[in-house]
Design a protein around this ligand. Sequence first.
Ligand code: ZN
Length: 368
Amino acid sequence: MGRVTFHDPETSPRRAARAEAERRATAAITLPETRMDADEAPSRRDLRSRTSAPGIPRLAAIPLLVRRRIAVAALALVVVASGAVAIGAAVASGQTPTAEPQAAAAIAGPPAVPAEGLPVPVIAEAPAPKSPCDDPAFTSALASGDDGATIAAIGGGEAFRSAVASGIAPCVSLADATRQWVVVNKQRPYDPANYRPNDLVMPNGVRALEDSALRQRAADALSKLVQAAEDAGAGEIGYLSAFRSYETQQKTYAARVSVGGVAEADKESARAGFSEHQSGLAVDIVPCSRSCGTLDDVGGSTQGAWVRDHAWEYGFITRYVDGRIDVTGYEPEPWHLRYIGPELAKAYHDGGYTTLEEFFGLPAAPTY
Ligand SMILES: [Zn+2]
């Protein structure tokens, strides 16, 4: 910014003396002596002697404007000097200078770590879940082939389900077709594919529309269920089809395909090697009075209503319920009962499960 000068028509000797004093005072303060030419620059002593000379006013007599300029110049020096000191200190300490002490504290990071280090929290190691497979009582019951005793050894149906679903019971195989907890679906075929149970019997006191047997325990349970329904006034329950061999299932499935094609057949009938009927643990019931109705009559019958509420008490579940085709791959079949034993059926009922896959924590199996 350029200096603004005013032309003063009333220039007087007094005004000229004031200007000279101002010039000298400003020069003395703003120009370091070391940078002045020794021959030309007056020393402080010279300045003092000259300002003390007659005709030159003393400092106390310097007009207010001049004193203000001196003060401003001095303040500028102080600010510059203190800034230099601050920058020097900051560089020496490896930090960038900051104007605000609070800001400096805010970015200073965590408090210093004590010389002995931070205390390390001691976390008690959670005990690994105890596997029933490490329990001799459980493994011996499992090896005996007695499903009910095996489930009792672990503490009941829910304890068994929980252990299997959580993966802590690898000695239990849901693929073992000889056990009542076997899970067969479109992703879980029999191994071997033509598996056939060896304890098939015709249930006592139950009207069979086909010469179709069940495994011993399932047959006994069906006899009790049918009797209980009759005692409760729900009417007579007969059955159409129970065990179907691999070969029989081939014919059953082929017949469905011939009627409606593969896509429709797969919603209602299993391919050979994938049917629960091959396990000897599944049965298709029908309502009967003097004669028996069809599978399609079960849903609207008193027998069907009773079975929905009470089949679990005898170890059966309705395997394919309404609205779960996303998991099972099958349209609802209120006539298709699957025996899983009274212990597991109670856990299934109490837990509100609607698919065996979810009961045991298995993936959905809507398709092959
Ligand atoms: Zn069926």
